[in-house]
Unconditional design. Structure first.
Length: 429
């Protein structure tokens, strides 16, 4: 095995060749030079270690390099690395689809594979729209979504998300969406006013992630489901972040006692090891595409659709979720971090301490006149301060949050909480 590049050489070559996502080049600090990872720990080129308190953009469900996932990847790579999924099939795709449908809320009966969270959402939006057209309702063109929503970076996903603050340059190119607060009455009113122009409701159940870790209760989800039933439109649940135990239940929808018509999954699906996404749909939606006319087919697909290696890893990850009690473990992790952050409840420098499962967040109260939005300089300064405490955090503007993997130890939870407290100037008790 070759030795990793020295830090300075790696950063020099990075700076001359790469364009990083969500990074203001020319003003942000140099990227972290990561050479290895195991469990909840990242190892840097200079030998320092960081606790990955954000699961590397919310993906590493079981932590980094879980041996069973590595073994599943190796076994499948030797047998079948990839094959096109149009007109072909393979056992890992079938077995994973069966396992996902068995674990998902009732009523979902079909799995459409793609490759990341944005495309899982694109698939759901396109299914809802094309199904309406093929049922003789082409006027259904307007989606309803939540204020502060975020569903990904492709054009349909950007349209469904709130253009402010991320997507303002693209606003003229996005399709029509009616945005409402996380309030069932507001959803019902919007669907009522749209009438037969409504295409679907899309939401992130229980936690709106990139929009600021905004949390809502199960009663809202039940009211939203009822409103969709009354309006006879599909409910799309974007569980790209919240799926696989992050909210303390395998799926946030199921814990609220509802079943969506379309369920979007990615991130924790493979525990971040391989790009893979899935959109689960009801048989009723699937039937809208049936028929002898080939023009009724769903014209969507990716070169890497249902990649066998990804499917094999995801199947093993789902088994680990059951065997290790991942939802309960994440619930315990979140509760421990929240308990350590209790001093913030009376600290004027912080507001809105909140938790859902293994997701813990609070808002840092900026000083008078200090910018606190996503594009202010506050978040990178907070990130750098957390790194000084040995913890990788990635605040959303002034929203400080932790979303660690299920393998995070009690001692690591305490260090995460201590780093979060330090960002307000408060010491751990």
């Amino acid at each position: 095995m070759s030795r990793p590049l020295p830090r300075d050489e790696l950063l020099r070559r990075d700076a001359s060749a790469l364009w990083h996502p969500w990074t203001p080049h020319g003003s942000d600090a140099a990227p972290l030079a990561v050479v290895a990872a195991a469990g909840a720990t990242l190892t840097l080129a200079d030998g320092h270690e960081l606790i990955d308190a954000v699961s590397s953009w919310w993906t590493c469900l079981h932590g980094h390099g879980h041996p069973r996932l590595v073994a599943a990847m190796e076994r499948q790579a030797r047998r079948l690395d990839h094959v096109l999924f149009a007109g072909a099939t393979h056992e890992p795709a079938v077995a994973l689809a069966e396992a996902l449908l068995a674990a998902a809320p009732p009523g979902l009966s079909r799995v459409f594979y793609s490759d990341d969270g944005s495309t899982a959402v694109e698939v759901a939006l396109k299914i809802a729209r094309q199904a309406a057209v093929q049922r003789g309702q082409p006027q259904r063109t307007v989606f309803v979504a939540l204020e502060h929503g975020y569903h990904g970076d492709t054009f349909g996903a950007m349209s469904a998300g709130d253009p402010a603050p991320f997507f303002e340059p693209y606003r003229p190119l996005l399709f029509e969406v009616v945005r409402v607060p996380a309030d069932a009455a507001a959803v019902r009113r919007a669907l009522c006013e749209l009438g037969d122009r409504a295409a679907a409701l899309i939401l992130e159940p229980r936690v709106q992630g990139a929009g600021g870790m905004r949390m809502h209760d199960a009663a809202f989800l039940r009211g939203a489901r009822a409103a969709c039933d009354e309006a006879r439109v599909p409910l799309i649940a974007d569980e790209v972040m919240t799926g696989f135990g992050r909210t303390g239940a395998l799926f946030a929808c199921a814990a609220a006692g509802i079943a969506p018509d379309l369920l979007c999954l990615a991130k924790g699906l493979t525990s971040g090891m391989v790009p893979l996404a899935a959109t689960l749909a009801t048989e009723e939606l699937f039937d809208a595409f049936a028929g002898s006319d080939r023009r009724r087919l769903f014209a969507h697909g990716h070169s890497m659709t249902a990649n066998p290696i990804g499917c094999a890893v995801a199947l093993e990850s789902l088994s680990l979720c059951r065997e290790l009690g991942v939802p309960a473990r994440l619930e315990a992790i979140g509760a421990r971090i929240e308990a350590s952050l209790a001093p913030l409840r009376s600290d004027p420098r912080a507001a809105g301490l909140r938790r859902c499962g293994g997701i813990v967040a609070f808002d840092l109260v900026a000083g008078r006149g200090a910018p606190a939005g996503y594009f202010s300089g506050l978040a990178p300064r907070l990130r750098a301060a957390a790194i000084e405490h040995g913890v990788l955090l990635r605040p959303l503007g002034n929203v400080v949050y932790a979303l660690p993997p299920a393998c995070t130890s009690d001692e690591q939870c305490d260090r995460i909480a201590a780093a979060m407290l330090a960002l307000t100037g408060t010491s751990a008790p």
